[in-house]
Design a protein. Structure first.
Length: 151
């Protein structure tokens, strides 16, 4: 099994948007097409923002983003680790950790000293990776946690 973590490229946009849509946007408020456009902005951006993908044996297995702004931020903070997703068949292999570490390495490389994220289900994972809880919220009846990582 060959695992590669690399910067997101143009050829990743459509399959990655499909994975992200099935994971994050099933409510239909953010279309696959809109996600392709947003991800293309990362690929073609100024190099500050970045997207990382995990491949296993040449197959897209997951992704994580480093962005200035969240899609719908509840806090005036920046920058963000966003959109960590690992496809179901590849879960439990440490890809989430590796993708988070790739984003953290990039954050340090662009002189970022603090990074934020929102999570509704992975607080324990991020805590194991050195993230701290800043705030717990209830948004539309569901729990949401704001976390940070200082470098």
């Amino acid at each position: 099994m060959s695992t590669v973590i690399r910067m997101m490229g143009q050829s990743d946009l459509v399959p990655l948007a499909a994975l992200r849509h099935a994971t994050f946007f099933v409510d239909g408020e953010h279309t696959r097409e809109a996600d392709v456009v947003a991800l293309a902005g990362l690929v073609d951006g100024d190099g500050f923002e970045a997207g990382f993908v995990a491949e296993i044996d040449g197959e897209l297995a997951g992704s994580c983003l480093f962005v200035r702004e969240e899609i719908e931020p509840l806090h005036d903070l920046s920058p963000w680790l966003a959109g960590l997703v690992v496809a179901e068949p590849y879960r439990g292999r440490g890809l989430g950790r590796t993708l988070v570490e790739a984003v953290e390495t990039h954050a340090r490389s662009v002189n970022c000293n603090v990074l934020y994220l929102y999570t509704d289900a992975a607080e324990a994972l991020y805590a194991r990776l050195g993230w701290t809880t800043v705030e717990r919220m209830i948004i539309d009846g569901a729990p949401l946690v704001l976390m940070q990582r200082k470098f």
